[in-house]
Design a protein around this ligand. Structure first.
Ligand SMILES: NC(=O)c1ccc[n+]([C@@H]2O[C@H](COP(=O)([O-])OP(=O)(O)OC[C@H]3O[C@@H](n4cnc5c(N)ncnc54)[C@H](OP(=O)(O)O)[C@@H]3O)[C@@H](O)[C@H]2O)c1
Length: 426
């Protein structure tokens, strides 16, 4: 009777609590009375259902956490192209099932996402839950540590996307929050957060730029005609996409062959977009002094990477005009691309869009400088044995040595197809 009363009055959980706290004590396994039998089965039933409830609660909480984290990730993405070398971070403050504050890191040197979320809060945040896409910082940088601010604001629970690989932070932000008694959950949509910050994740650890190789080819695999004409293989929508990529990149890199063939400006032509730093690999300093990239130096910095093969007087003249000329002492007389990446990284260039051409692209891949590729395929047939293909150089002899790509995705851009993938590391 009492068992039935407990079940009806308090539900399964109430019954189990009552039962296991001794108000109702089931008879031992040896008890064969009908009351003892019933009670044991009710307790087992209640316990099983409680376990299911706990699992359901976990699932519900996880889903809720993921929903708010997705919102925070969308906010974070609004900082794309403006936060380098900092990561993109978003934060959402939730109380009683309502968002009461949100913010993101808008620009390098400005407030972090957490601080902006506090600033934008519409009510008292004490006891609320904060969702933040990346582990809050715990070190004094350009701004005070966000972990301390969260503690000071008396947030009771913090849900974190990815942990920060930055050796100055990694795990210490979480530890600081936990030691202040805050309930911290980590790894919610961590993959999405890591992917969003793929540039930051590489740069902070390796101090070398994240390199995206972009090429546009015809359906028969040509990046230019046999006379070198390549403008334009891709459609207008693809070219707009490329300008978006330029806007998001800190640097843009081409070989001198492209400068000689196309005399490109290498700027971002989206209104309000930012120009990346232009970089040319030019071992013998063949870049013409009247090249367009040397005309707009006051607007957009340009770096020419060369070697001891360069004419010293030309080096001086180009430097006097305001371009940076880096002279490598290379035994082969060719710009050493790995060393160039280290140099660019040390100058704060965290991401590079490499736009070819075919000789440089092959070297970048061979020297393991590329992280990601964007391959536009246009519905066009060019033909011609002398017409360039995306990758020049010497190539490989054994298929086993082929560069492999992973996580490939396809996208339609106007009338073109865009293949995106990541270089598989051994
Ligand atoms: N469809 C597209 O997406 C696309 C994009 C870009 C270009 N293109 C076309 O591609 C053609 C140009 O391609 P390209 O292969 O002739 O020239 P490239 O790849 O732009 O430049 C190659 C040159 O870069 C210099 N370089 C310096 N360091 C290097 C290194 N470590 N490895 C390799 N090269 C290095 C070399 O000249 P030095 O030895 O003198 O330094 C080399 O000859 C043009 O027709 C252009 O229109 C098409």
């Amino acid at each position: 009777m009492f068992a039935t009363y407990a079940l009806v009055s308090y539900g399964i959980q109430g019954f189990l609590i009552v039962a296991t706290q001794g108000v109702l004590t089931p008879s031992g396994p040896e008890d064969s009375s009908s009351d003892g039998f019933l009670l044991r089965h009710l307790v087992a039933y209640a316990r099983r259902n409680l376990d299911e409830d706990v699992t359901m609660n976990d699932t519900y909480t996880r889903k809720m956490d993921e929903d708010y984290m997705r919102h925070a990730l969308q906010l974070a993405a609004q900082g794309r192209g403006r936060t380098a070398p900092n990561p993109m971070v978003g934060a959402v403050i939730v109380n009683n099932g309502r968002i009461i504050g949100k913010g993101y890191h808008e620009r390098c040197g400005e407030a972090h996402a957490e601080v902006n979320a506090f600033r934008n809060a519409t009510e008292d945040v004490e006891g609320a839950c904060m969702y933040v896409t990346l582990e809050p910082c715990s070190h004094e940088g350009r701004t005070p540590p966000c972990a301390d601010r969260i503690i000071a604001e008396k947030i009771s629970r913090v849900v974190i996307g990815a942990t920060d690989p930055n050796p100055l932070v990694s795990g210490t932000g979480i530890a600081r929050l936990r030691s202040a008694g805050i309930d911290v959950v980590t790894g919610v949509l961590a993959d999405e957060s890591t992917l969003l910050n793929e540039v930051f994740m590489k740069y902070i650890l390796e101090k070398e730029p994240f390199v995206t190789l972009k090429l546009a080819m015809s359906l028969d695999g040509k990046i230019a005609t046999s006379t070198g004409e390549s403008q334009w293989i891709s459609c207008e929508a693809s070219r707009y996409r490329v300008h978006e990529l330029r806007d998001m990149s800190t640097g843009i890199l081409v070989g001198v062959g492209t400068v000689l063939a196309d005399d490109p400006q290498l700027t971002c032509r989206i209104p309000g977009g930012a120009n990346p730093v232009r970089i040319v690999a030019d071992s013998a300093l063949r870049t013409p002094e009247d090249a367009r990239i040397l005309h707009t130096l006051d607007e957009t910095p340009t770096i020419i990477a060369t070697t001891q093969r360069a004419d010293a007087r030309k080096v001086d003249r180009i430097r006097e005009r305001g371009a940076q000329v880096i002279v490598f002492d290379d035994p082969d007389g060719r710009v050493p691309l790995k060393a160039l990446m280290r140099q660019l990284g040390s100058q704060g260039i965290d991401s590079i869009l490499a736009e070819g051409g075919s000789t440089l692209a092959a070297s970048l891949l061979a020297e393991e400088c590329v992280d990601k590729v964007h391959w536009f395929i246009a519905p066009m047939l060019i033909g011609g044995e002398d017409a360039k293909t995306p990758l020049g150089g010497r190539g490989i002899e054994r298929l086993a040595d082929a560069v492999r790509l992973t996580r490939m995705t396809t996208d339609s851009v106007g009338e073109d197809i865009l293949l995106t993938g990541y270089i598989e590391r051994g």
